[in-house]
Design a protein around this ligand. Structure first.
Ligand SMILES: [Fe+2]
Length: 293
């Protein structure tokens, strides 16, 4: 079957026109997975899935994340909402556990870089939009890697980057208290290859604000390299900026894109509902001869 697809920008993002029933029953699930891998971000307009429909669509595409958690030294456990449905809001009344971590969403990031196997994808639909701002931006990290000069590709393929919660959050909240900083530091630290050779054979950059430093590199050189790659990967030609409408559903490939939210009124009550698909492969280095099964 062939999907009705319109590209939203040259290197990432496509709109798919399809009925909700066909999404819920999974008739096009294989085609949608393939397109998500190619394009990084898929938009479905006018869909307005309710929570059960969002869960059902997620289950046609992969392994819906349920009850995953992380815990810091303050004992706060973060779960994936109710039966895999998480309410994303800065309002602590809506989401008391997650709201304080969402400050980092305004910076370019991948989700779950503290995990060995980061999430595969996220399905996202608005329940309340801010009157202004709040667009979501996506950057295609496959395209950014492919366009690096050959010598640079060869150089970065053998590097590993350490990701931390404090690296992800401090740039978004430089007036944090020492206690907050200590909690961030209590979260898992994870080293990942800078270049991911996916089981498909394609390669992408593994970039995120959570990337603290390149292992074995002088700190100043490491800082410069990560900043330069971030500037490269987030050029307009690799990005798609989504202006939300009520009824939208967007799916992004967390393994081949970064995302961030643009500024909006924190008191606006902006709220999205989200389902996350578990990852299917660890981040594997190009130099690693072992390919995941
Ligand atoms: Fe995110």
């Amino acid at each position: 079957m062939i999907l009705n697809v319109t590209h939203l920008s040259p290197r990432t993002g496509s709109e798919v026109k399809i009925g909700k029933a066909e999404l819920v029953n999974g008739a096009y699930a294989q085609e949608i997975r393939a397109l998500l891998d190619q394009r990084g971000v898929l938009l479905f307009r006018g869909l307005a899935p309710d929570d059960n429909e969002l869960r059902a669509i997620a289950r046609t595409l992969g392994d819906l994340r349920i009850g995953a958690s992380k815990r810091g030294s303050d004992g706060a456990t973060l779960t994936e909402g109710e039966d895999g449905l998480l309410k994303v809001s800065l309002d602590e009344k809506v989401n008391p556990q997650y709201a304080r971590f969402l400050i980092g969403n305004c910076l370019w990031h991948m989700d779950g870089t503290y995990e060995e196997v980061p999430p595969l994808a996220t399905l996202f639909t608005p329940y309340k939009l801010s009157r202004e701002g709040g667009d979501t931006m996506f950057a295609n990290t496959y395209a950014a890697f492919e366009d690096l000069p050959e010598d640079e590709r060869a150089r970065v393929e053998h590097l590993n980057v350490v990701h931390t919660m404090q690296a992800a959050l401090f740039p978004a909240k430089r007036d944090c208290t020492p206690e907050e900083f200590a909690v961030w530091c209590s979260y898992p630290v994870r080293s990942h290859p800078l270049v991911w050779r996916h089981k498909s054979g394609r390669k992408s950059l593994v970039l995120s604000t959570s990337g603290a430093y390149v292992e074995g590199m002088h700190p100043a050189e490491s800082h410069d390299l990560l900043q330069r790659l971030m500037a490269h990967a987030t050029q307009e030609k690799y990005t798609y900026r989504h202006k939300w409408q009520m009824g939208d559903m967007v799916i992004w490939d967390n393994t081949g894109t970064m995302h961030r939210v643009m500024p909006f009124d924190r008191e606006s009550g902006r709220e999205f509902h989200r389902c996350t698909l578990n990852g299917e492969e660890p981040i594997t280095a190009s130099s690693d001869k072992r390919l995941p099964a």
